[in-house]
Design a protein around this ligand. Sequence first.
Ligand SMILES: [Zn+2]
Length: 92
Amino acid sequence: MLMFREKRPAVRTLNDWAISVLNDAGAIKECEEHGWMQDGGDPHARERAFDVARQDPPAGVSPEAAAVAIAEVLDFIGDTCPDCLPEVPSGE
Ligand SMILES: [Zn+2]
C-alpha cells in the first residue's frame, strides 16, 4: 500500500496524473482521517476517469498508456482505508 501524501515527486508522474483524474472523477477518495486513497466503488466514476484518459491523456502519453495507468492505480487502491478497518474477530 502506498501513502500518496508521502514522497510526492516534484515532477508529475503518470501515476500522479492518474490519481488526480480518478480523484476529479470521484472514483477514488482520500480518507479524511488517515490520508489513504480508497476506491469509491462507483463504476460510473471509473468510466469517467477512463474517458478522460482516452480523450485527454497527458502530453506525450498515448490514450492506451493513460488508460493503463488509470487501471493500475485502481488495481492497488483498496476499497477501504486500512486504518479504518475494524478488528476482525478471531475464531469466527
Ligand atoms: Zn482511515
